[in-house]
Design a protein around this ligand. Sequence first.
Ligand code: OFO
Length: 171
Amino acid sequence: MLSERMQKAINDQINAELYSSYMYAAMSMYFQSVDMSGAAGWMNAQAKEELVHAEKFMNYVNERGGRVTLQAIEKPPSEWKSVLDTFEAALKHEQKVSSMINSLVTLARDEKDHMTDNFLQWYVAEQVEEEASAAEVVRKLKLIGDSGGGMFMIDNELGRRGLVPETSSGE
Ligand code: OFO
């Protein structure tokens, strides 16, 4: 059985994952509006992954006999200054989510809740990937600078992500 405190913390994390999905959907729509269809596809794939993250938490709470309570999702921004600005915001967001996951692990350890600690390790590993993939795009965008040709190429590259079917283990 989850403690009240852990249940509340996971419910808050479910809200954060749903916000992530909403924010990436907003980024996808922004990229559509500036004709970056590849980047829009990348963000759309990311938005879907975040729903999987939220759902995994929901299933876990239910498996442990807890109660999921959904909360209001904050309104995400709808405009960014540039493609780089958008990916920098995504990276900053993922760093924040990583620190939230770390806090959950700390709580699980404080409570000697080994089941939750073990469950959370999937998210710990996932956050390494989440930060690395956003950071890689940020680095490439900085290299490209104002080059129109470079932007065209990176948009094509980002678009390939949306074409790769998601696997159950590849969230
Ligand atoms: Fe759920 O990993 Fe991003 O936010």
